[in-house]
Design a protein around this ligand. Structure first.
Ligand SMILES: [Zn+2]
Ligand SMILES: [Zn+2]
Length: 362
């Protein structure tokens, strides 16, 4: 079967022929892959900055944001049937007995760092025709969200982040519902985060530095958030417009902008990091203000990596709600579907748009 693979040692990238996987365990499920989303991580892997093949393999099949359809099930599979749609999770637990997070099925909080990830770290990914996976790593998806279900995996970032935000805000029991939220970044992670914040009743503003962001303004307004472009408003102007910022949801992966905004985080505010910046050398930050405010304004600053089965279930439910409320906005996050043979083009990052998807089958 065809697969999109990277050979890190040779700095080579190709559409290859890979043996079709078969069920080996009674709890295994075989999926025919339908859609595989491309994100920044994939672009880093194909430029050889990131990504590790499975032990003994010279190549890594990429792809971690996906949707598949069940074509075969083992005799002990109970939750999925042939024909069902499913989105697989990405991270798999380490084998270190003392890692209490992995032993509790929360490998997203792995202590040992020896976790693996499909399509990224020591396990083949989903940008191929067929995949076999254990039932417990598969999340059933209703057919009504078929055309946008590839967005479930990137939405889990927001689901896990906002679940933790709610835990933190429990310390403010007198708060009325709905925070003032600022989203940094107009890419898929930022836009899905903004949609989730609007669903949660937050007064949400998206701040973007993306050039020619005029379409973004229309898109963001269409699902009930405000849009501010960096060309027309400095971070200080932005903060003045928003008021007391209860939540910053960072989705730019640029430390300079994140730390420029941090001094404007409000009283009892929460700053959520989701981006993974490349190491580009030191940036200047106003460390005294940041530390002083963290104390005097009871601020919480945390980072979050996706995601548990619970976050996938939340994302599948919220994709359904978003599709009901804002079908055009949600669908417009998917810019274009590409055949697997042409994967090199969107992976090179030159095709533009919001979310490019490899459509292996329909
Ligand atoms: Zn991704
Ligand atoms: Zn672990």
């Amino acid at each position: 079967m065809k697969a999109v693979a990277v050979y890190p040692a040779d700095e080579k990238f190709a559409v290859i022929d890979h043996p079709e996987p078969a069920l080996t365990d009674p709890k295994d499920v075989k999926l025919r892959m339908l859609d595989i989303g491309i994100c920044g991580t994939d672009k880093e892997i194909v430029s050889f900055e990131y990504g590790t093949p499975p032990k003994g393999s010279p190549y890594l099949i990429i792809g971690h944001e996906s949707l598949g359809q069940v074509v075969e099930i083992g005799p002990q599979v109970t939750r999925l049937r042939v024909g069902d749609l499913a989105v697989p999770t990405v991270r798999r637990p380490c084998e270190v007995p003392s890692c209490i997070a992995c032993r509790a099925d929360r490998q997203d909080f792995c202590y040992s760092g020896e976790f693996t990830e499909r399509g990224i770290n020591q396990r083949h990914g989903y940008m191929t025709e067929f995949v076999v996976e254990q039932e417990r790593y598969l999340n059933p998806v209703p057919p009504s969200v078929r055309d946008v279900a590839v967005l479930v995996e990137p939405l889990t970032i927001a689901e896990k982040g906002i679940a933790q935000l709610k835990q933190i805000q429990q310390r403010l029991p007198w708060r009325e519902q709905g925070s003032r939220a600022l989203v940094l970044g107009g890419g898929p992670v930022g836009l899905l985060g903004a949609m989730k914040l609007v669903l949660e009743g937050c007064d949400t503003t998206v701040y973007s530095r993306t050039p020619a962001a005029s379409n973004l303004e229309k898109l963001v307004s269409s699902f009930g958030a405000k849009f501010v472009h960096a060309e027309t408003a400095s971070v200080a102007d932005l903060a003045g417009q928003v008021g007391n910022i209860d939540v910053v949801y960072e989705a730019v992966g640029a430390s300079s902008l994140a730390f420029e905004v941090m001094p404007y985080l409000g009283t009892n505010g929460v700053f959520i990091f989701t981006g993974v910046p490349g190491r580009k050398g030191p940036v200047t930050i106003d460390a005294d203000t940041i530390m002083r405010d963290a104390v005097l304004k009871n601020q919480v600053i945390f980072g979050t990596v996706n995601a548990s089965t619970e976050s996938f279930a939340d994302a599948i439910s919220d994709i359904g709600s978003s599709l009901g409320k804002w079908p055009d906005a949600l669908r417009s996050l998917i810019t274009r579907r590409w055949p697997l043979e042409q994967a090199a083009e969107p992976l090179a990052g030159k095709s533009g748009g919001i979310k490019n998807v490899i459509a292996v089958a329909s």
